[in-house]
Structures are given as C-alpha cells and as structure tokens.
Design a protein around this ligand. Structure first.
Ligand code: AMP
Ligand code: FE
Ligand code: FE
Ligand code: ZN
Length: 292
C-alpha cells in the first residue's frame, strides 16, 4: 500500500487541477493521497470526485499557515470538519492577510525597479483561491525576471529582499487546538525543512504534543537523513504518528514527485484513528477518507 499524505493543486500553489493531481497520483501507483492545499478546502470536492473515478482513497486535508514566535510554521490538518466556525475563521484570516499583502509585495518590487502587476500574477492561476508569494514568483519567471520559482522566492520575496512583506497567521498552538476541536488530526509539516528548523526544537514539539498534536512529518524531501533519524526518535518518544510525504507542487517545485516519500500503513491507520477520536470527543460527524 502506497500512501502520500501531502500534495498541492492549483487551488493553492500547485500547478494542476485537483482532478489532474488525483489522476497523476493513480499513475504514480499510490493507493492513498491527501490533498493539502494551503489554507483552503476549495479543492476537496473535485479531488473526491476524481478519487472515485480512479479508485484511489482521498484524504481531505489542509496545510494551515501558522506562526510560532514570529516564525512561519506549516501545520497539516487531516479530516477536520471544514464547517467548524473557529477553524473556518482562522483560514479566512490567513487568506485575507495574504490577499492584502499582494499589492504591498508588488510595490516593494516596483521600488526596486521590477514592474509586475496584479493582473500578471492572477492571470497565471485563475483557479487559485488567493495568490501568495509562489504565484508572484511564477509571474516573475513568466516575465523573464527570474530563472525559477525557487530562485525568485529566495532572491526577491524572502525576508531581507525587496518583495518581502510579512503577513499574520493563526498561532500554531491555537491551530493545533482548532484542528482537534474540528475533529481532525494535526501533523507538523516539514518541521526541520527550509523555514522552521530554528523554532521547532524538541521541547516545543513536546509542548505541542501536550496540546493535541497527532503527528510529525518525518520523511520529507527537505529533511536530511540525520534530521529524519533525530525527528523519528523524537516523534516515537512522544508517541506521535510518523508520516512521510512528497509535498508535491506540480511543476512549482522540483524534487517533490508524487509518491517519492510515503507513509507506513500502520502509521496511516493511527492517524485516521486520531482524527476519529477527535471527532468523537468533539461530538462531531467525522470527515472520512473518500473511497469507492
Ligand atoms: P506565502 O504564504 O504567500 O508567504 O507563501 C508561502 C509559500 O511559499 C509556501 O507554499 C511555501 O512552501 C512556499 N515557499 C517558501 N519558500 C520557497 C522557496 N524557496 N521555493 C519555493 N517555494 C517556497
Ligand atoms: Fe506551497
Ligand atoms: Fe509547507
Ligand atoms: Zn506543502
């Protein structure tokens, strides 16, 4: 059984429709795929329909943008009830902050002599719920102003560069609580990947476990073998679920092919059980994986 629990469609910053993503997952011999677009459930229905077409199990998820001590941390939320008012409001707030930031990013770039319009950004992703930095990066590439999304992000949109504008997001501990209240299971996304290493130390992960965190994404393309070994030990010692996922972004990120990292079936079952237990405790109808 091949299980990939982290992938993006063009509803956020992937480059294909939710349906095309699910079809690609089937071609990659996956049995289970989680759709985890950033801060939105807008792709869930289309992906669920496609999962029924190809006979694959679709786990509805969200990659929630959060902040911990001013640093960006991504939290995967599996099977939450999207109708939970607190969670829905937190996602709305993140999307509103990202939307409000776009003109300020473009103004920052303009001040550095780089001309890009909102139309240039939006044209590339008509289905995108709210364009964020990756979409600005893609527009810079399209305009011949940067060689790739990754380089555009690093050279023009990261802290300390002309296009950097901070944005607010829900507090990480609050997000863990909201996901649990919404009957979902939360997993720290790529905790020792590019952005979060400094802030998510062992002590913090232990605190999060106490607050209801269900798991840790250990096998992720951005994690070195040494980081994986250390994280696996940490997660196991805290009785957290260990997951592995590609974090596929279509053509938006190289080295993240669907199924390139996978989750152990036993760990997947534990994750489903954690979500079911949370739904039960919250007295909510559980959101379930979609399968034929
Ligand atoms: P935003 O939430 O709009 O600030 O954008 C954050 C998004 O940018 C997340 O999807 C990250 O995965 C992505 N991201 C951050 N740094 C990079 C990078 N160097 N290359 C590609 N994508 C990145
Ligand atoms: Fe992304
Ligand atoms: Fe992420
Ligand atoms: Zn992701």
């Amino acid at each position: 059984m091949r299980i990939d629990l982290h992938a993006h469609s063009w509803v956020s910053d992937g480059t294909e429709t939710p349906r095309a993503l699910v079809h690609r997952a089937a071609r990659a011999d996956l049995d289970v795929l989680a759709l985890t677009d950033h801060d939105t459930v807008a792709g869930w229905d289309e992906a669920a329909g496609a999962a029924l077409e190809v006979g694959l199990t679709l786990v509805p998820g969200i990659e929630v943008s959060t902040l911990l001590r001013g640093r960006s941390v991504h939290l995967l939320a599996y099977l939450p009830d999207p109708g939970h008012a607190g969670l829905a409001a937190a996602l709305e707030d993140v999307l509103a902050a990202r939307e409000a930031r776009l003109p300020r990013i473009l103004a920052g770039l303009q001040a550095a002599g780089i001309e890009l319009t909102e139309e240039d950004v939006r044209r590339l992703g008509p289905e995108t719920v709210v364009p964020g930095r990756p979409h600005v990066a893609d527009a810079l590439v399209e305009a011949g102003l940067a060689p790739s999304r990754g380089e555009a992000m690093q050279q023009l949109l990261a802290p300390g560069t002309p296009g950097w504008v901070p944005r607010t997001a829900v507090d990480l501990v609050e997000a863990v609580r909201l996901v649990r209240e919404a009957g979902g299971a939360s997993v720290l996304a790529h905790p020792w990947g590019r952005s979060a290493r400094g802030v998510l130390d062992a002590e913090t992960v232990e605190e999060l476990a106490g607050a209801g965190l269900a798991g840790v994404e250990v096998d992720h393309p951005e994690h070195s073998p040494a980081a994986r070994a250390e994280l696996r030990e940490l997660a196991t010692s805290l009785d957290l679920v260990v997951t592995g996922s590609s974090d596929h972004h279509g053509r938006g990120k190289v080295g993240h092919e669907l199924g390139s990292e996978t989750t152990d079936p036993e760990q997947y079952e534990r994750l489903l059980a954690a979500a079911a237990a949370a739904a039960d405790r919250a007295g909510r109808e559980a959101t379930r994986p979609v399968r034929r």
